[in-house]
Design a protein around this ligand. Structure first.
Ligand code: GRF
Length: 198
């Protein structure tokens, strides 16, 4: 059984999708902890309601000392012995000190068709560029932001009159399809990329 930790910072809608799918038959993964960098993350209560242990490592006391924050993350994770880490709306950058030892064992979902639009405000950037298609990507996490090997993508059309919010909502529906489908493979040791049409 593959022990899966999920990192969140907010509502955790992707986290819920991952936990729901791990509860279905045939999944090699099981959630061992949901961890947030803030106690105010709405996803913590959702994870607890689903019977999953939660942990909080508040990043604020560490200020700009990323290494100290990551040492606290390591300490918080140790008892759960995760085999994989899924970032799901986790809004803190992680340094090579945290990602390198976990190479090949950390994945993330990003709301764009990488390598386009790394970083923030992806939907507004796609609209500003006049793109006809947009979407989301699951990738392996490296120290370079939103840059690791791609494990899956899902596309959505950009429609006339779209705003960043309407486009984000359309992408989020596909995130909730793509991320569980990729984790189901990845937890079983399968890195074959998955491409979904909406
Ligand atoms: C989503 O846009 C996701 O792509 C990004 O964070 C946002 C919120 O995700 N990673 P969630 O609802 O907290 O899972």
């Amino acid at each position: 059984m593959t022990r899966v930790a999920v990192f969140i910072s907010g509502g955790g809608s992707n986290m819920v999708s991952l936990l729901e799918d791990m509860a279905r038959p045939g999944h090699a993964g099981r959630p061992c902890v949901v961890l947030s960098n803030t106690a105010s993350a709405g996803g913590l209560a959702k994870a607890q309601a689903m019977g999953v242990t939660t942990a909080v490592v508040d990043h604020r006391p560490f200020g700009g000392d990323r290494a100290a924050f990551e040492a606290a993350l390591d300490a918080a994770l140790a008892p759960f012995e995760p085999d994989l880490i899924c970032l799901a709306g986790f809004m803190r950058k992680l340094t090579a000190g945290f990602t390198d030892p976990r190479a090949g064992r950390m994945i993330n979902i990003h709301p764009s068709l990488l390598p386009k639009y790394k970083g923030l405000h992806t939907h507004a950037r796609a609209l500003d560029a006049g793109d006809g298609v947009h979407g989301c990507t699951v990738h392996e996490v490296t120290a370079a932001l939103d840059d690791g090997p791609i494990l899956g993508q899902a596309q959505v059309p950009v429609l006339p009159g779209d705003t960043p919010d309407t486009l984000a909502a359309r992408v989020l529906v596909q995130e909730h399809r793509l991320y569980p489908a990729v984790l189901r493979r990845f937890a079983a040791g399968d890195r074959t990329p998955l491409f979904l049409e909406s």
